[in-house]
Design a protein around this ligand. Sequence first.
Ligand code: CAA
Length: 379
Amino acid sequence: MVDFMLTEEQQRLRELVCKFAQREIAPVAAELDREQRFSQEIVDKYYEIGLLHSAVPEEYGGAGLSSLEGCLVAEELAAACGGVASYLGANNLGLMPLLIGGSLELKQELLAKHCAGPNLAAFCLTEAEAGSDVASMRSTAKRVEDEFIINGTKQFITNGGVAGLYSVFASEQPELRHKGISGFMVPANTPGVSHGKKEDKMGQRAADTREVIFRDVHVPAHFRLGTGLDGFKIAMMTLDESRAGVGAAAVGIARAALEAAVAYAKERKQFGKPIAQLQAIQFMLAEMAMKVDAARLLVWRAAYLHDQGSRNTKESAIAKCFAGDTAMQVSTDAVQIFGGYGYMKDYPVEKYMRDAKLHQIYEGTNQVQRLVIANELLR
Ligand code: CAA
């Protein structure tokens, strides 16, 4: 049986986050965007309602949400602001390698402390010369007695300047490419950790995106994840999990753009009647609605498979790619329906379009998603 109905508890969760997002995020979204300002206040309030560490099991102080529930949450947050949704979601992304590859002791040591407050984590994988091609990373980790010494610079890191805890990928044996990479947890206050200037982005401007620099950073040997040299797989498994949530955030942006376009089309009069009565506009709205619904179903399928314990590499890539492309198309069409006004910053739709664009780029470009899908089909 396939059941598209949410449980009462899931519906309540969705309503809770919707109310939170519309009350605490939507009213300041334009301001955070204009000023390119990260709001810790939103993090604090999100922590207060118990959802900041949503993917972390309750035993470590998190909310213990399933992947599907995480998608419900992400859609509501992103419908209010794509940038805020990104930085709240990036906390779970940063913690995911620890959840996947951390020993029980390491989880108890780091997670409980992290989840005891409104703290953010960040996922440090990308480098200047290693974006899509993860295996080319230059960051290194060298074992010296009972420590690892990490050196390298990570690029475009969401929460780079505001995180208290980083998951970091570095190579112990660069000549082995992906087989030489290990994952590590690095508290931000470790000597040798610093960050670059805040990036001036086209969209998702509320998110704090920076270089994170590691210079002779010493971490205890037990801060290494997994069995060592399995960091590439831990990173890929993390992305399998996170791509459904990122797709859900794209659905949120697309949905918000569609709702704005529907409301505007009913109000805006041309040729003596609301433009909603013009078939050209109706067909655009219908196309937009079809894409939003299809994207959401793909996202839910990817999350559902993960919750069943099944590998969802192909399905999460399909969901992320389709939802990201949908957010771009639907927000662009919303700007078109708003006409000249849509191009102005007085209306929200140009922000949706700018925020949506990143969904075709981060967490693996949509070209990489197509590569992953094809690899899975042809394996
Ligand atoms: N799960 C488990 N294992 C996996 C896997 C998965 N999903 N994907 C690949 N592997 C394994 C393969 O089976 C293979 O294993 P063996 O060594 O045993 O054969 C190994 O990993 C290497 O796989 P590939 O040969 O496919 O590796 P590749 O070097 O060709 O790269 C890639 C594949 C898909 C292009 C990968 O590099 C990739 O995903 N790139 C995109 C990176 C990305 O998404 N970056 C986003 C950063 S995070 C971000 O943007 C967040 C933010 O700021 C908000």
